[in-house]
Write a protein that binds this ligand. Structure first.
Ligand SMILES: [Zn+2]
Ligand SMILES: [Zn+2]
Length: 230
């Protein structure tokens, strides 16, 4: 699905995004284990070649976002970028921590754990921190949004008015924008969501669910206000 010209969403259990620059591509997240072929087929379908995949940005360490990572770096020359606090899990130095979630999220989390194979650990090439610049579009910034995991990242392209929120945000069963589920630290995740709501963007690609395709930061602000009130 083409979100805007030059940006595609690859749907799946762990959605990911392909962004085209002049003659290179960036992949944001990598789906679940086994998705690498599907991602590279998608790249081919839109006219790209595996060797044009310049970088992979992992929004966080969960296996529905890092599943294709190990295979993709073997099959492309892509550099991998992630926030320093999630790198120990991505590279297999630490085990993933299962969050203690609110009652209403429990059944969804059990389902997610059952459906998602563990990700094979693999290397990260560049350590990102809040505010770091990334070569993407007219220039992107890494925004640290801890809470879902310690090293969760959003990627903000101010000129394009485009945000990749990772699992800091998702849609519920009624397609409404909500705070992402399965947070290790929910109050911190809310704080991070509010940080995103202060940015100015039209389009938001979120961790799960269809992208918001207009006035997205207004929608984020509405949800942030609700979160602040209860
Ligand atoms: Zn997640
Ligand atoms: Zn996820």
């Amino acid at each position: 699905m083409e979100v805007i010209p030059g940006l595609w969403m690859i749907e799946g259990l762990g959605p990911c995004y392909l962004y085209r620059d002049a003659d290179t591509y960036t992949l944001i997240d990598t789906g679940i284990t086994g998705d690498a072929t599907r991602i590279l087929d998608h790249l081919t379908d839109i006219g790209g070649k595996p060797e044009q995949l310049k970088q992979i940005i992992l929004t966080h360490s969960h296996p529905d976002h890092t599943g294709g990572h190990a295979e993709l770096i073997e099959r492309t020359g892509a550099q991998v970028l992630a926030h320093e606090l999630d790198i120990p899990v991505i590279t297999g130095k630490e085990e993933i921590t299962i969050p203690d979630v609110p009652e209403e999220e429990r059944k969804f989390m059990e389902m997610a754990i059952e459906e998602t194979p563990l990700a094979k650990p693999a290397r990260v090439d560049r350590v990102l921190q809040d505010g770091d610049e990334i070569e993407l579009g007219s220039g992107a910034t890494a925004v640290h949004v801890p809470g879902h995991t310690p090293g969760s990242l959003a990627i903000f392209l101010p000129k394009e008015k485009l945000l990749f929120a990772g699992d800091a945000a998702e849609r519920d069963e009624e397609e409404k924008l909500i705070l992402g589920m399965f947070n290790l630290d929910r109050p911190l995740a809310i704080k991070s969501f509010r940080k995103l709501a202060e940015l100015d963007f039209d389009i938001a690609c979120i961790g799960h669910g269809k992208p918001l395709d207009k006035d997205a930061s207004l929608e984020f602000r509405r949800v942030a206000e609700k979160l602040a009130n209860g």
